[in-house]
Structure formats: C-alpha cells, structure tokens
Design a protein. Sequence first.
Length: 319
Amino acid sequence: MLTRALLCAACALAVTATPAHATFPGHNGKIVFTHFDDADDESTADIYTISPNGRNLLNLTPDSPAADDFASWSADGSMIAFWSTRTGPDNPIDPALGRADQEIFVMNANGSGLRQVTKNKVDDGGPAWSPDGDRLVFHRWLDGDSQADLITVRVNGTGERNLTRSPGIVDRYPVWSPDGGEIVFMRDDSGFENDIATIRPDGSHLRALTATDTDEEGLDWSPDGKRIAFHWNVATPDEQWDVYVMRRDGGSPPTRLTTAGGYNPAWSPDGRKIVFNTGELFTMRADGSRQKPVRPGFDGHHPDWQPVPRDARAEDDDD
C-alpha cells in the first residue's frame, strides 16, 4: 500500500520511468469527453466524441440544455453511460436545487437510443460499465455532502445493490476492472482528501491502496488490469495535479507521467497510450512521452477511450 512514508520517493520519480474509465482491451476507437461551451459555467455541458487524430468531432447530446458529463464506454464500444441533469418525466426539476438532479443515462455510440437508468431524488454520478455489459457501477450522494455510496444496477434500471453503506464517508467515481474482479474508487474517510481503494463487486474485500495527506483522483484501469492511472497533487499540493501510474496492488511508489499538469487519465484499449485533459485533451505514450493536443484550443474534460472489437477497424491516429 502507498503510505505517507513513500511520498518523497514518489515525488522523485522521473517522467520517463518504465511504462505503465476501466479501459477495456481492443483496438483504439474514438475518445468520448465532456465539452463546456462556457468554461465558467459547468451547468451546461455536452458529450462529444472525436478521433484520436482530432478529426470527426461530433456532439452526441446537442438537444440537452443541461449538464451531461462523465461519459464511459461499454466493453464492446457500442454504448456510452453518463450522468445528466436533463429534465423529463422521470427527472423533474427539484425546487430546492432549481434543477433536476443528476441521474444515470445510457445511449448508443452515435448518441441515439437515449435511456434513463436511475430514477430518484438524489444525485447519482460517475457511471462505469461491468465487463459483461450487464451492470453499471456509480456513486450516489446520501445525507447531504457527508456520505456517498457505491451502487451497482442493471442497465435496465433494476437490481440496485449498495456496495459500501458508509455513513460519514464519501466513496466516488468507481471503475470496474477489465477482469471484473474488483472496482477501484476514490474514498474520503477524513473529510480532507481522497485515497484510492478497491472493493469486490459483491461489496466484500474493501482494501485501501493509498493512505496519504494529498488527493488521488481520476482513476482508470489499464486494459490488462495490472495498473491504475490517476491524477495526484503530491508534487505541488493545492497548486498542480499531474498524471501518475501505480501497480494494481499499490505495492510500490507510483510513476509520474506529466510535469506540466494533467487530469482524468484514461488508457487506450491497446495499452500503448493515455488520454488526459488540461482544459484541452492531450494524448501521450504510456511512458509519458510524446504528449500532444488532440484538438488544440477546444475545451475537453473527463475523457474515455472507446474499445473497438479486434475484428473491426481501429480509428485513424497520426502517431
């Protein structure tokens, strides 16, 4: 487990150390991400896809005047899950909030077939798919801002299960491992910072992978399930976040991949690259080299990389 004693060693790691929203294995497809039309107003946002070379930009949710965010690809690359504050018969405006609450939705890869999965009066967020495509895992806010639990649900909205039941603890942004055996997530049990933990899909074997005085966030599994990418503010607390990679068991100091900032890393399905955001989308090799913008000047956040079946054509990439 990464503890406070390992912080200095982690800070000293070089950018070019050994290579390293679960990213499921396959060919590299499109990148899905959130675009804010107004960077100062996150109450309106749309889900876009783009080819890794910056071409074929497409808005999948242009009809929504609300916030659509944190999109996640299914393992076969055919569907996208996300949360939204869009209003509808099953998501009316809450007078106390002045908006509809966050609910989980799914849609086809081209934006068609939109379907609401969760229907309640609390905020649900951060959805991610099970490898078999049958269930989603997400977080649900309970008891104001003091508790968030991890929930799984069938894609048709039935069979909800609460995995953590954690009064006074905030568990958020879970991601299912490619082998289906574990879910990694952010856990704040102190009210001050997030650490990384894993749990089995049945709610057993909760295990802390980090215990530091700083924040580890934005988690993603490598397609082989051996590593976890995340962003961390250890080098310059409260000033800059950078992308790191750690072993699945947290048994050695993480490798730092960026030095000029980076958030929300997501592996490419072939395991050779990572996409991340700085306000724009960037890709880099899995060892942190060859960092380059996907579409310079275009706002992009919370990316995830589409897995394409191995008998299908991969997306064009200029690298």
